[in-house]
Design a protein around this ligand. Structure first.
Ligand code: FES
Length: 75
């Protein structure tokens, strides 16, 4: 039987963006919003997708990835 070894890096959602940072989080300011803040998932692991539920923390810890959410804030 063949043995398949899957490296943790192969499971990275973010293969190359700002890999020197512990977690890549970006903020967009939008004046025309009714809610002051919405946090969107970019790790694809959230149980409340498209909203972030913090699952990126477990994903990053398990794989060594550094993906984080997108914050959309009312300006
Ligand atoms: Fe996916 Fe937070 S749960 S970025």
């Amino acid at each position: 039987p063949a043995v398949v070894v899957v490296r943790a890096e192969a499971q990275h959602i973010n293969p190359e963006i700002r890999k020197g940072e512990e977690k890549v989080v970006d903020t967009v300011l939008v004046p025309e919003l009714s809610k002051p803040l919405t946090v969107y998932c970019r790790c694809w692991r959230s149980g409340t997708f498209p909203l972030c539920d913090g699952s990126h923390v477990k994903h990053n810890k398990a794989t060594g990835d550094n993906v984080g959410p997108l914050l959309v804030k009312k300006q």
